[in-house]
Design a protein around this ligand. Structure first.
Ligand code: CO
Length: 465
């Protein structure tokens, strides 16, 4: 019977889909007119904050990410609002102190986030510990992520044990985050079943269409027991984005996994996002369809194109095949990290250096830090000889990296003080000091002029009530 094992749908159009397809450039103004219809469509959740959107809001769109969150929250009553948090990195590019992590989670939930999806690039759960603890303290839904990757140490048992640990950490659900689209339907069935043996928590499937496998994988995963799927409304689906919402809803219709969403309700949403796709067409990737090299080399699309670009710049594109063959060597020495930001860049750069300058002759600063343990512990031990070459006489750390960072909030509040209009600004300041130095004075000026009743905003009609 439809309804008994209903599958829930999380729409990614407002976060991952535009981050993946149009470089995170969708504005709040673009989003607001369609929110009411999205809220009525029957989605379980809208993923709409975190990831690269925080940085992009300020850097490219001259928008305050906190303001975006509040404006969306005010219009969404039924669907849950979901964000992506990179563990101790939050939405930035380094590890922050524990007090920053706690304050950020507090403010994110305080401003309206219902579900916080937390992951760590190395699957080192120590790096999500503080964020997870604070999400629970704030009373929000804690979703912990398994970053899916292929390697000799990423066995079904290892992933299932991770899920068990996440359950013990208080997770309310578990996401399988397949950032490269490498999880095949058959492997997904095995993975979901293995996890289900260790936990009763709902499983959410997250993938990218890069290899063309994603919607088949979703269907197989749902049959095996996964309860939630991440999809994007069709004008912002496929390619490097998620499977299309409409197709997945149709595929599951009249099965025991019926989503309960009526296709008719998706029609105006689809039409609306078509106009946005047209608006941003210059930013869309040149080639749609499947990248066969991702299937051949089992690395994420972004990593592959970065390596191609790096080699072209160095006039060494003829070495591509050698570099691709060097990737597994580097990855093994680094303890088989999942290939996701930032480890994918590190592995790609080191493989390129090894081929062009000689194996292990040069180590960039980030890779020395990596071998010193400052990113956390990878799934397998570092190769001790390579580690020695990388770090020399420096002593690697073995504790949780966050423990090594002294509290940072107080100083951030002092530094941001001249431009602060709300407490959230101190967080913005500490995560993106360069961008914030430019952005916060503008926010302050706008707020100030509004307070004076001058309505000096460039576009006062931008945010209709
Ligand atoms: Co994604």
């Amino acid at each position: 019977m439809a309804g008994e094992k209903r599958v829930r749908v999380t729409e990614t159009a407002l976060r991952d889909a535009h981050q993946s397809l149009i470089a995170t450039r969708m504005t709040t103004k673009d989003m607001l007119p369609i929110l009411e219809q999205m809220d009525e469509a029957g989605y379980w959740a809208l993923e709409m904050w975190g990831g690269a959107t925080f940085d992009s809001c300020m850097r490219f769109l001259d928008e305050d990410p906190w303001e975006r969150l509040r404006l969306i929250r005010a219009r969404i009553k039924k669907a849950k609002l979901q964000m992506l948090l990179r563990g101790q990195n939050l939405v930035g590019y380094r590890h922050y102190a524990d007090d920053v992590v706690r304050e950020f989670v507090k403010k994110a939930v305080g401003n309206g986030i219902d579900i916080v999806r937390v992951f760590d690039a190395l699957n080192d759960l120590r790096n999500v510990e503080i964020a997870a603890d604070q999400v629970k303290k704030e009373g929000a839904h804690l979703q912990l992520c398994i970053a899916y990757t292929l390697s000799p140490v990423h066995t079904l048992e290892a992933f299932a044990n991770m899920a068990k640990k996440m359950t013990e950490m208080g997770a309310d659900s578990i996401a399988i985050k397949d950032m490269a689209g490498l999880l095949s339907p058959g492997d997904c069935i095995k993975l979901v079943k293995a996890i289900k043996e260790k936990t009763d928590l709902p499983i959410e499937l997250h993938s990218h269409y890069t290899t063309g496998l994603a919607s088949m994988m979703y269907f197989a995963g749902v049959e095996a027991g996964a309860e939630i799927i991440d999809t994007a409304i069709s004008p912002f689906a496929m390619g490097t984005s998620q499977p299309p919402t409409e197709s997945m809803v149709a595929a599951l219709e009249n099965t025991e996994w019926d989503t309960g969403i009526q296709i008719e309700k998706l029609l105006p949403i689809c039409e609306y996002f078509k106009t946005l796709r047209e608006k941003y067409k210059d930013l869309l990737p040149a080639i749609a369809g499947v990248n066969i090299n991702i299937l051949r080399y089992q690395i994420p699309g972004g990593m592959y194109s970065n390596m191609v670009n790096q080699l072209k710049e160095m006039n060494a594109i003829d070495k591509l095949e050698d570099v691709l063959k060097e990737v597994p060597v580097v990855r093994e020495a680094m303890g088989f990290p999942p290939l996701v930001t930032p480890s994918s860049q590190m592995v790609g750069t080191q493989a390129t250096l090894n081929v062009l300058r000689g194996r292990w002759k040069i180590f960039p600063k980030e890779i020395r830090q990596y071998f010193l343990g400052y990113y956390g512990m990878p799934p397998a031990p570092f190769d001790p000889e390579v580690q020695k070459m990388a770090v020399g006489n420096e002593q690697p750390i073995t504790c949780r990296p966050g423990e090594k960072i002294a509290p940072e909030m107080e100083q951030a509040r002092k530094d941001a003080q001249p431009w602060m209009t709300e407490e959230e600004d101190a967080l913005t300041w500490i995560m993106f000091p360069q961008v914030a130095k430019d952005f916060l004075p503008k926010k302050y000026a706008r707020k100030h002029s509004r307070d004076m009743g001058l309505q000096a905003q460039a576009d006062p009609a931008a945010y209709p009530a």
